[in-house]
Design a protein around this ligand. Structure first.
Ligand code: OAD
Length: 269
């Protein structure tokens, strides 16, 4: 493990190790309301690729070819093929100790998870700690889910883990209600997030005492502004990431380490 360091003292990037961890644990323990903002890094140790960085998906693929409404319009088969590859890859992955520690935190405390991830692993972790019914409403999937399908023409949508046959345009999934082509239930570049989900996310971030930010490069808006909403309302930000990010300077404590190793220690009982 890369030892936790504190890019804290509002971002001076000095190593802190255990003191940084202890301070962050205190900020979480003392908080009445917590929001957790997560990104692809929280699932990295489950085997789900991140987007940016050396091994990231956007290194070999261009988002404008695969993750925009124009790309889908141009070549729905290619886009579905890529999403089906990701669905089958993620379908083999399980929640890691970071997802589990966060699910356990939600059972103990008032904590909402606002995730940019579309892999469904937070929900699976909640199911596994037996808390899915209790705290289902406290997980917002800001960018949708790989395991949702929706109609390109009407309001039909569904959850499905069934494989999609992307061998030709004719075999792609179609809406059972109006017959139009179905699309992955995710938010693409150039699309707005669901307005209700977004408003709720900012309401929760603004009313939290502590915002824990895990495994996001914090460059994609509007999710990257959620920790700012907590800070503007007088709360504190705690970050867990092996690398510094644009949020590091804002964080009271920034712990350098992997989510799967840091979170179980940070959030223990
Ligand atoms: P990124 O791939 O941009 O960033 C992943 C972050 O996770 C980086 O800051 C890494 O340093 C960090 N990281 C890597 N391994 C980690 C580990 N084991 N533990 C903790 N952190 C780790 O992913 P996101 O910030 O989630 O949007 O990207 C945001 C959005 O951009 C995604 O939701 C997606 C993407 O394009 C859409 O597709 C609309």
């Amino acid at each position: 493990m890369i030892p936790p360091t504190e890019g804290g003292g509002r971002g001076h990037g000095r190593p802190a190790g255990e003191p940084g961890l202890a301070r962050a644990a205190e900020l979480i323990r003392d908080a009445r309301r917590i929001v957790v903002v997560t990104g692809a890094g929280v699932s990295a140790e489950s085997g789900v690729p991140t987007f940016r960085g050396r091994e990231g998906l956007w290194r070999d693929h261009r988002p404008e070819d695969l993750a925009t409404p124009a790309a889908f319009h141009r070549d729905p088969r290619l886009v579905w093929e890529w999403y089906e590859w990701r669905r089958s890859l993620v379908g083999e992955c399980s929640p890691n100790p970071a997802h589990r520690a966060l699910a356990e935190l939600q059972v103990r405390k008032e904590a909402d998870i606002l995730t940019q991830n579309v892999d469904g692993l937070h929900a699976l972790a909640l199911e596994r700690v037996g808390a899915d019914g209790v705290v289902e409403a406290r997980l917002l999937e800001l960018h949708g889910s790989l395991f949702r399908l929706r109609c390109t023409a009407c309001s039909w949508e569904t959850s499905s883990r069934e494989p999609v046959d992307a061998s030709s345009e004719a075999t792609l999934p179609h809406c059972p209600e109006c017959g139009a082509l179905a699309r992955p239930g995710v938010v693409w570049f150039g699309e707005a997030l669901d307005r209700g989900v977004l408003e709720e996310a900012f309401r929760l971030a603004s009313s939290a005492d502590t915002c824990l930010v895990v495994g996001t490069s914090a460059v994609v808006q509007p999710a990257a502004s959620l920790p700012l909403a907590t800070a503007r309302a007088g709360g504190v930000v705690v970050e867990v990431n092996p690398e510094p990010t644009p949020l590091t300077n804002l964080a009271a404590v920034s712990l350098r380490g992997s989510a799967g190793e840091v979170l179980p220690r940070l959030l223990e009982g």
